[in-house]
Design a protein around this ligand. Sequence first.
Ligand code: FES
Length: 103
Amino acid sequence: MLRLKIKTARREKVLELSPGNRDLIHYLDSDEVKYPFGCRSASCGVCRAKVHEGLDLLEDAGELEEDTLNRCGATSSTHRLMCRTRLKKLEAGQISIESEDDG
Ligand code: FES
């Protein structure tokens, strides 16, 4: 089982990820979670999250994501953009993220 722990300014939630979709935005973009998104195209940085656990379960960041994280004063070794982040595969483990948007 793969679990995703999410902390935002307004709530904390734990989701069990279902087989079939490896894009984290698929799980975060719901009324249940209300994760903060802006452009949804890796340019604004609103969706950046500190990854406390499970970074090894995520695909590597691409060049555009790295550039945006750098502009926000972060790197992909500690943070990821949730509009771009994909799971490597659906395996057992836990990913823990914290939004840095306090809006
Ligand atoms: S929503 Fe703008 S970078 Fe992800």
